[in-house]
Design a protein around this ligand. Sequence first.
Ligand code: PMM
Length: 283
Amino acid sequence: MTTWSAPGIPARGRCLVMGVVNVTPDSFSDGGLCFDPKAAVRHGLELVEQGADIVDVGGESTRPGAARVSLEEELARVAPVIEELSRRGVTVSVDTMRAEVAQAAVEAGARLVNDVSGGLADPAMPRVVAASGVPYVVMHWRGHSHTMDSRAVYGDVVAEVCEELAKRVASVLAEGVAEEQIVLDPGLGFSKNAEHNWALLAGLERLAGLGYPLIIGASRKRFLGRLLADPGGTPRPFRDSDDATLAVTALAAAAGAWCVRVHDVRPNADAVRVAAAVQRARS
Ligand code: PMM
């Protein structure tokens, strides 16, 4: 079903699964689990065993309200983990908004740059990505974590996200990034409330109409916890929303997503296989 491909990332004839390794003490959904580099490498290898096609290594939390870490700190967190996972044959992506981190990560073996700011946070990013030749995730983003909730204002969220992503695409192409390097992401939860996230998931076909592979990151996000709130309105904790993540994965894969970014890899790897089997049976 999935006809999309990205240079250097093995195609599997189905939606790919990206497993998350956050080398941070305070991440949105798995804070602290992988702060030690050895634990991070161990977790990355576990995710591959569970079916991850790509392991996404990040050193800066993007949870709402999070403060930025220094360049030096971010580099120190991610570089050893990327180097070791790459040495062991894992397809690694780096989750960073900084060109210098992306550069160091690619030198350490990363095969994809995942920039949640889509090149807006660091103007040097597109040129570094262009020179590296690796796929580049351009996510829809309106500002850093401390301001993002106040920017969640849309008329037609799908139309505006499409429009803003198209502008980012034009800008990174002008900086030398090649068409085939580009992967798009609607940025669920980034300057979006629950209603916006659901509308974007309902509008994946319109996003796919931009003509680039799509990656979807719904895993353990607040909008799932809110959907699953108890009768008193208390949101479900992040970790108890993994079954809901799975449902999003199945729907996204069925809608033709290129990749899903998830924390709990094994069931999501099963879900993308189910979606691919249904699609094969249909064609
Ligand atoms: N979400 C987070 C971090 N990185 N990258 C992409 N491409 N898409 C996302 O939706 C995304 C991301 C925040 O989630 P986390 O704190 O659970 O990693």
